[in-house]
Write a protein that binds this ligand. Structure first.
Ligand code: LLP
Length: 425
């Protein structure tokens, strides 16, 4: 469910016509619905309302300050994977005691930054990271709260690039070897080992793999207890899928019910790290058609002003995003490729898609772009990153200004030796 709907053939975000924003802000831009973000957060968080839990929004999916602040005000925490995300989280006003830090390659300076910020938990992914964290915590006179991210070897049945819980993936520590790691870690004096965590993949459309993973984690918690390691936090990661096309993922309510049904220990706090399920369908990318052309009888292209640098999911994963006109027209649909201006054939948003026969100047919405859209965007082809806008009711707010050409070269330096005129030939 989201708040992008047509009224009199015009696409609205809540009570604001998308066209109005496009005219005032320019294109392309990301557009988020406040009501949808809030509804999704509450639906997810509410599904666990009757048990001890913490919803840590996964910042990699969308790290805009306004959006993070919105969830923080709802009592949410965040899942971070870098010092940069920690910086954003703190700037957005997230309580450090609601921050969990995941990632397979955390740098020493980022670990230090997180230690100094007194975050809730480090999800450690290797023996060496555990050792380094212990050393750094010792140096700072702290005890680092640690969960070991275990790899439960479960097939989440999703795209190979976004499945993470299989033994062949780089993530976590093999669950069967983890007892050993835990006992070693528990013996280190600057660590407080009190969590288990996992994340098996993203865009999962069934609950079964989550339940399977949780059962394995609970079994591990039992064995750890016997070994004298008391676990307080069970972090199940993120991964619940959304509808991009025809997928029918479980509603968060159903996901919550299945998890709670199997969670047999009342003394642990459940941590969840949802990203996509909250932000994905709360955002769209609005773009304008530049040109149309046909290269043969049956090959038509609609060239728009957004490109793979703005939304790279179709190029990178072959991901599907709905294409909707901002103004509905009565004409019969055509088959076309929707492509951007970048000099690569991989720069497409849709291939052979049935769409309205778009004309130059028309506005188009790329749907379900609220997660892993802006956050994965880049400056490739020296394209300034686009504006981000949030609608709340009948008002809109620019929550990130469009980058300027000056922004593009910020930090770049021409060294003196290159400043001395032209080299003589
Ligand atoms: N926690 C951890 C440790 C993760 O690695 C991820 C996502 C999440 C939570 C959030 O997962 P979600 O609830 O959003 O599925 N760029 C890809 C998705 C990569 C996901 C990586 N990890 C895409 O555009 O589909």
């Amino acid at each position: 469910m989201h708040h992008f709907n047509y009224r009199d053939e015009e696409l609205y975000c809540e009570d604001v016509p998308v066209r109005t924003i496009a005219e005032e802000v320019g294109t392309p831009f990301y557009l988020y619905s406040h009501a949808t973000l809030l509804k999704h957060f509450r639906a997810f968080d509410g599904a666990f309302g009757d048990i001890r839990h913490l919803t840590c929004f996964s910042m990699k999916s969308n790290s805009n300050l306004a959006i993070i602040r919105l969830f923080a005000r709802e009592g949410g925490g965040v899942d971070i994977v870098s010092g940069g995300e920690l910086f954003r989280a703190l700037r957005a006003g997230v309580d450090p005691k609601k921050i969990v830090y995941s990632g397979v390659g955390k740098r020493a300076e980022d670990l230090e930054y997180a230690l100094e910020s007194d975050i809730l938990m480090f999800n450690a992914e290797s023996e060496q990271e555990i050792g380094l964290l212990n050393d750094l915590a010792g140096k700072l006179g702290k005890k680092a709260p640690v969960a070991i991210r275990v790899n439960p070897d479960i097939d989440p049945q999703t795209h190979p690039y976004i499945s993470t819980g299989l033994r062949e993936n780089k993530f976590g520590i093999d669950i069967n070897r983890s007892l050993e790691e835990y006992t070693t870690a528990a013996g280190l004096s600057h660590l407080r080992v009190n969590g288990v965590s996992c994340h098996i993949g993203s865009q999962l459309t069934q609950v079964a793999p989550f339940v399977e993973a949780m059962k394995k984690l609970l079994e591990l918690i039992g064995r750890l207890k016997e070994a004298g390691v008391e676990i307080r936090y069970l972090d199940l990661g993120g991964g619940l899928g959304i509808t991009y096309d025809r997928e029918q993922p479980p509603h968060p309510e159903e996901y919550g019910r299945a998890i709670k049904e199997h969670l047999n220990t009342g003394d642990v706090t459940l941590i969840l790290e949802p990203g996509r399920v909250i932000a994905g369908n709360a955002g769209i990318l609005v773009t304008r058609v530049l040109y149309t052309k046909s290269t043969s009888e049956d090959k038509r292209f609609v060239i728009v002003d957004a490109a793979m640098n703005d939304l790279m999911r179709p190029s990178l994963y072959g991901a599907y995003h709905g294409i909707q006109p901002v103004s509905l027209g009565g004409k019969e649909s055509i088959k076309a490729d929707i492509v951007g201006p970048i000099c690569e054939s991989g720069d497409f948003f849709a291939k052979d898609r049935d769409v309205k026969p778009f004309e130059p100047g028309e506005l188009m919405a790329l749907m379900s772009a609220g997660a892993y859209g802006f956050s994965m965007s880049s400056n490739y082809n020296s394209r300034p990153r686009v504006a981000e806008v949030m609608v709340r009711g009948d008002r809109y707010y620019v929550i990130r200004a469009r980058e300027t050409y000056e922004d593009l070269i910020r930090g770049e330096v021409i060294p003196d030796f290159l400043k001395e005129g032209r080299k003589a030939l």
